[in-house]
Design a protein around this ligand. Structure first.
Ligand code: ATP
Length: 368
């Protein structure tokens, strides 16, 4: 009998609600893995974040970074606490350092509504909300993070950086996603979101987008100014297929996308590079609800599903993809009845109720 392949998952629960949503996700991933067979996950927990910085003076040690780098994938909860800051006033954010150090240029944020939830926007024509935002995650306006130049307490400047090398990889990645979605019925459209009418950096971004678009003649390339796209996202988000944008714009628009899904607790994400990938919910550490059992773990469950999907594609292992689909199906089944409503949507389902409902749905599917 052949031994199942084992994937090592560096797990960084982090701060605030991070550990609260990571723990049930690890359990769900274990269950999905067991149900499918053919592969195993070996979770290694690493300390990182604001609380770790407060107690050790270090936000993420070099040794832990190396373990994460050597792992097959990284699963992250949330990091940062408003009360714990570096001397320049910025928050502790090892998740941003990871994106830069591991060159995770493509931040993938799927925006899809789950049936049975009282989401804020419903299409009168019945179209489902299902699009993907690809956020560049290593440069843009975030590039000057920790290096703002404040002159004489009078002027502050941050520099927005767009490089050809990263932009080319980013756009190719976005066109590839559109191609994969088209094969499953998507419209095959990528919209470059920028502010090319005002800033030269974005005109350059758009120029590179147009150049790369020529390599994907089967995909339609469109442009949208960020303000107009923001308007459309709350007016008619059904028109979108794949959006690709700069780091800061992506940061803002992905929270708008989370709102469309029902709240931050539903929004998963993957930060993907050519060699590594980090999977984490879009939300932060939510200190306002930490320790209360109110955090919605669905965003982290779905990030775990994205991790399995990515491992499956990277290694050509169908059981990983199957385990991923089982998580998506279990989440959909848990909410389908319309009675499981998380706190963030005005209901009374907390972390454990939601985790139990999703686990039960997975058990039911396995028994069927
Ligand atoms: P960051 O800048 O670190 O991404 P943020 O400032 O966007 O963080 P969050 O920590 O994401 O802030 O919280 C924004 C709001 O969403 C808060 O009111 C928080 O309680 C809520 N929230 C975030 N995550 C969840 C969750 N999993 N379940 C329920 N509510 C959440």
């Amino acid at each position: 009998m052949t031994e199942p392949v084992v994937y090592r998952i560096a797990t960084l629960p982090g701060d605030g609600i991070g550990p609260e949503v990571t723990a049930p996700t690890v359990e769900l991933l274990r269950l999905a893995t067991k149900t499918c067979g053919g592969f195993e996950l070996d979770f290694i927990t690493l300390e990182a974040g604001a609380e770790h910085y407060r107690t050790t003076g270090e936000s993420f040690s070099d040794d832990s970074l190396e373990i994460a780098r050597e792992s097959d994938a990284i699963l992250l909860g949330a990091m940062g606490l408003p009360a714990v800051r570096y001397e320049d006033g910025t928050e502790i954010a090892p998740q941003l350092e990871l994106r830069e150090k591991l060159e995770l240029y493509a931040g993938v944020r799927p925006i899809r509504t789950i049936k049975g939830l009282p989401v804020p926007l419903v299409d009168p024509r019945g179209r489902e909300l299902d699009f993907v935002l690809v956020r560049e995650s290593t440069e843009g306006l975030f590039k000057s993070r920790n290096s703002a130049a404040v002159v004489d307490d009078r002027i502050a400047r941050d520099t927005l950086e767009i490089t050809r090398a990263t932009s080319e990889r980013l756009f190719d990645f976005a066109f590839d996603i559109a191609r994969q979605r088209k094969a499953k019925g998507g419209t095959g459209t990528v919209t470059c979101v920028d502010k090319a009418n005002v800033l030269g950096s974005f005109a350059f971004f758009r120029k590179i987008f147009d150049e790369r678009a020529k390599r994907f003649p089967d995909i339609e390339a469109q442009h949208g100014y960020v303000d107009a796209v923001g308007l459309s996202m709350v007016k008619q988000p059904w028109i979108f297929d794949v959006l690709v944008t700069e780091n800061m714009f992506g940061d803002i628009l992905s929270d708008v996308g989370a709102g469309l899904m029902g709240g931050m607790g539903f929004a998963p994400s993957a930060d993907i590079g050519d060699e590594h990938a980090v999977f984490q919910p879009c939300h932060g550490s939510a200190p306002d609800i930490m320790g209360q059992g109110k955090a919605n773990p669905v965003a982290t469950f779905l990030s775990g599903a994205m991790m399995l999907e990515w491992l499956g594609s990277e290694h050509g292992v169908e059981q990983c993809r199957l385990a991923s689909r089982k998580i998506y199906n279990a989440v959909d089944a848990a909410f389908a009845g319309g009675t499981l409503i998380p706190y963030e949507l005005g209901g009374d389902a907390g972390t454990s109720e939601i985790a139990e409902a999703v686990t039960a749905a997975m058990d039911r599917a396995a028994a069927a």
